[in-house]
Each structure stands twice: as structure tokens, then as C-alpha cells.
Design a protein around this ligand. Structure first.
Ligand SMILES: CC(C)[C@H](C(=O)O)[C@@H](O)C(=O)O
Ligand code: SF4
Length: 478
């Protein structure tokens, strides 16, 4: 394609094998796409493998796939004693068998590299700028932080991908969100993305590849950028992207699976072009002033039903007519009265975990708030590091002691209470401050009530027993 290009189009063009149908402006809408890598989990891959077995097919490029157990496993503190329920054990066993039969490396729960797939891949150095990574999980968008087109696919597409290393693909529209100006003190990547989601709505980026840019994004470390790309799927984006810069190159260097030596130098030359050209045109642009972003919490059952911590629960009568019924229903489920200050909402549980916010920097943020404090009476707090390696690194710097002394349960790694698919669940009616990305009805357990926020905000809520502005704890610089 001629003329200035968006990062998205550059990557898609480089992975285009052939057209599957012409579209507008000389661009094909449908094409056959080469996929560089995939990650498999025990929950969404079984039918794909069964399909391959039935058709007598092999995996075309087994070395381009990695598998990791994350969704259904227990996070019991002592891993070797963990007893999985029968269903979960069956999924874990079938997963291991598929790895053996099809020649794909799978990390089981006892593997030191185990963790949530979207935490594990980057820390292995397996996510490299300019790649296309498709996988059976919607939060595959996380890899956008590396200048990677990452997207979630369904079971039949996983099967197609494993058999051919390609996917039939529909080119997306392009959207850019710019966060202008520096990030205010006490505001995190989670607050930036929650602000955008509230502004454009849970389907605001539907059909688009969403690129993030601006001073506040450039200033973030790679882990914070992953938080944003991870959660971009909650405003409907199919792909999230950021330019690959020096921070990304430094993050990748020296990791177990990343290129090194001359190969790394050669790769970096290509990676330097993994950014949108000046003058490239987006179908839609949104600008947010970072100075106006404050710590966010969700009050409803959709990620866009959220406000800043100094807001109040909205009055359904005061919201747009097309949103009213949704707000009424959400407030009923969440058992919240209009006009209640969000900072008056009391919690029963606090959870730090998930592929959104359980990396080392997230744990450090939370520990900074918890150091020398105790979880409020009546609150049960737990933390599940994003990967076994994050858990070890945190232990090496004594963060586990900070959490345990504050009254948190220090769990093993997995999706844990991000979704109710293992033994970490809310009881009906329990209210949880959570560092996760989804607050749908029943997401953390039937009848459970989720309030999304950053890990530091979860820590603040845990010690006061109610949703709390972390900036008021005056501990941010400690
Ligand atoms: C289980 C899986 C299909 C799902 C996803 O695709 O995102 C899960 O990881 C989630 O976060 O809801
Ligand atoms: S941690 Fe949560 S969001 Fe991430 S893959 Fe697991 S269930 Fe999905």
C-alpha cells in the first residue's frame, strides 16, 4: 500500500498471503493472514485439538505455539497439595496429552514458567514487535503494548490456525486514542483505560484496531502499557496497538526466548519501523487530557459503568434514555442507591490479580499502600500474582511479607478470581474491590458484585474497608 500507513496496516500488509475479496479504496477487506505465534490454554483449546484428531491433521508449525494452564487451576498456596475438581483435572490432563501428541510445549501448573498466558508470553520474550499473534482468548490484545497485532479467536479458528498457521481475516477500521500531557500523581494506566472506556462506551471501539498514543502513553513503562492494551477489548477494540520504542526493546532484551546478539541488532532495525507514519489517516480519533484523569472505580455491571472515586452512584433519571434501563438493572444487581458517594461503598473482599494488573509493578504499587497497614476487619483479601515467575520475583524483594503482614492471602498464579472458573469465587451478595477487567453479572461468582479499579486502589479499599481514593492515603511516594 502506498502513502503514510498506520502501524496496524503495516503489520497486516506484511502478513498478507493473498486477497480473499476486494474492498473499498483498493484495500482488500478479506485476506488470508499469516500468524506468527499462538498461545493455548486448557479452557478454549480442547475442541480445536479434537477437531484436528477427527480430521487426521497435524499441527503445521508446533514450535509457533505454546500452551499454559491458567483458567481452571486452583491457586492454593501449596501447589503440590492442590486438589483440582474432577472437571478441571480432566481439562488439565487433556491439555497435557494434546501437547504431547501434537508436539507443542505446554506449561503445567507445576512448571516454574506457569502463569496467566498474557503475563507469561511477554516475560518469556516471545512477543516481538511487528508480529501477528492470534489466540483463543479475548485479552490477546495485551501484546499491542509491543507493537503487535494480537487478537482473540474462537475454537474453530484455533483449529484452522494450528493446521495452517493462517487465518481468514477481515481488515479492521483504524482508531486512535491520544492521552495528551503528563500523567498526574496517583493515576495509573488502569485509570487511563477506564476513563477512555467510560467516555466511548463498552462498544465504542467496535470494529476497530485501536492505537494509543500521546505523552502519557510514552511515559508509561511497558507493564502499564500492557494494562491498557489488555483492557482495550472492554471498549470493543479487536486489536490494541502502541508504537514499539526503546522501552519495549529494553524489555525484550535478555529474556529466555528473545533473540540475542547479531540477531537482536538485526531485529531492532525492523522494529524501529513499527510505528504509525506521520500523516497516516485514522477513521476515528479521540483525545483525552491526562491531567483530567483521576482514580477510577466501576459501580455497575459493564466496564463503562464507572466514575472517578469522588463521583456518586448515578441517578438513572439523569442518564441518557437509551442507557437508563441498563443503569437501573445494574444498580439493582449491585445493590446501590443513586446519589451514594462511591467512597462510601463498603466491601467484603479485595482481589489483586489477572492479566490486567498482576505484574511485578502492580504488586509493588499495591505493596506501597499496604506497607505498615492492615486489611480492615471483616474484609477477606487475596492476591494471585500474574505468573509463577512474578511470584518468585516478588518474594525475592519481600513483597509477599508485606502482603501477608497486611492480612492478604498470598496465592499461586492463575486467572483465579478474575472469573469464576476455579475455586476462587465470591459468595452470592459479596462485594469485591478487584484489579481485574470485567464486572459482568456473576463474573466473579454467582451474585457476586465486582468493582474494577487499579491495584493500588484495591489495596486502599482493603485497608479502609470501603472504596477509597488512594491519593488520600498520602503514601504514594514512600
Ligand atoms: C475463557 C476465555 C474465553 C475468556 C476470554 O476470551 O477472554 C476469559 O479469559 C475472560 O477473560 O473472559
Ligand atoms: S486473567 Fe481474567 S481476563 Fe485474563 S485471561 Fe484469565 S480470565 Fe481472562
Amino acid at each position: 500500500m502506498a502513502g503514510p500507513l498506520t502501524l496496524y496496516d503495516k503489520i497486516i500488509d506484511r502478513h498478507r498471503i493473498m486477497s480473499l475479496g476486494a474492498g473499498v479504496q483498493g484495500r482488500e477487506e478479506r485476506l488470508l493472514l499469516y500468524v506468527d505465534r499462538t498461545v493455548l490454554n486448557e479452557y478454549t483449546s480442547p475442541q480445536a485439538f479434537s477437531g484436528l484428531r477427527e480430521a487426521g491433521r497435524k499441527v503445521w508449525r508446533p514450535q509457533a505455539a505454546l500452551g499454559v494452564v491458567d483458567h481452571v487451576n486452583s491457586t492454593a498456596a501449596n501447589r503440590t497439595d492442590a486438589v483440582e475438581d474432577k472437571g478441571a483435572q480432566g481439562q488439565i490432563d487433556y491439555f497435557a496429552r494434546n501437547g504431547r501428541d501434537f508436539g507443542i510445549k505446554m506449561f503445567d501448573v507445576l512448571d516454574p514458567r506457569q502463569g496467566i498466558e498474557h503475563v507469561v508470553l511477554p516475560e518469556l520474550g516471545w512477543v516481538l514487535p511487528g508480529m501477528v499473534i492470534a489466540a483463543g482468548d479475548s485479552h490477546t490484545t495485551t501484546y499491542g503494548a509491543f507493537g503487535v497485532v494480537g487478537f482473540g479467536i474462537g475454537t474453530s479458528d484455533i483449529e484452522h490456525l494450528l493446521a495452517t498457521q493462517t487465518l481468514p481475516y477481515t481488515r479492521l477500521k483504524r482508531m486512535r486514542a491520544r492521552f495528551e500531557g503528563p500523567l498526574p500523581v496517583g493515576v495509573t494506566a488502569k485509570d487511563l483505560i477506564m476513563t477512555l472506556i467510560r467516555k466511548i462506551g463498552a462498544d465504542g471501539a467496535a470494529g476497530h484496531a485501536l492505537e494509543f498514543a500521546g505523552e502519557a502513553i510514552d511515559a508509561l513503562e511497558v507493564e502499564g502499557r500492557m494494562t491498557i492494551c489488555n483492557m482495550a477489548v472492554e471498549c470493543g477494540a479487536r486489536v490494541a496497538l502502541m508504537a514499539a520504542d526503546e522501552k519495549v526493546f529494553a524489555y525484550i532484551a535478555g529474556r529466555p526466548r528473545s533473540p540475542s546478539g547479531a540477531m537482536l541488532a538485526e531485529a531492532q532495525k525492523t522494529w524501529a519501523d513499527m510505528r504509525t507514519d506521520k500523516g497516516a489517516v485514522f477513521d476515528r480519533e479521540i483525545v483525552i487530557q491526562a491531567a483530567q484523569v483521576a482514580p477510577m472505580v466501576s459501580w455497575g455491571t459493564s466496564p463503562d459503568q464507572a466514575g472517578t472515586i469522588d463521583d456518586v452512584v448515578p441517578d438513572p433519571e439523569a442518564v441518557a434514555a437509551d442507557k437508563r434501563a441498563g443503569v437501573v438493572r445494574a444498580l439493582e444487581y449491585m445493590d446501590l442507591a443513586p446519589g451514594t458517594p462511591l467512597s462510601d461503598i463498603r466491601i467484603d473482599r479485595a482481589f489483586i490479580g489477572s492479566c490486567t494488573n498482576a505484574r511485578l509493578s502492580d504488586l509493588r504499587d499495591a505493596a506501597r499502600v499496604l506497607r505498615g497497614r492492615r486489611v480492615a476487619p471483616g474484609v477477606r483479601a487475596m492476591i494471585s500474582p500474574g505468573s509463577s515467575s512474578v511470584r518468585r520475583e516478588a518474594e525475592a524483594e519481600g513483597l509477599d511479607r508485606v502482603f501477608v503482614e497486611a492480612g492478604f492471602e498470598w496465592r499461586q498464579s492463575g486467572c483465579s478470581m478474575c472469573l469464576a472458573m476455579n475455586d476462587d469465587v465470591l459468595a452470592p451478595g459479596e462485594r469485591c474491590a478487584s484489579s481485574t477487567n470485567r464486572n459482568f453479572e456473576g463474573r466473579q461468582g454467582t451474585g457476586g458484585r465486582t468493582h474494577l479499579m487499579s491495584p493500588a486502589m484495591v489495596a486502599a479499599a482493603a485497608v479502609t474497608g470501603r472504596l477509597t481514593d488512594v491519593r488520600a492515603l498520602k503514601l504514594l511516594k514512600a
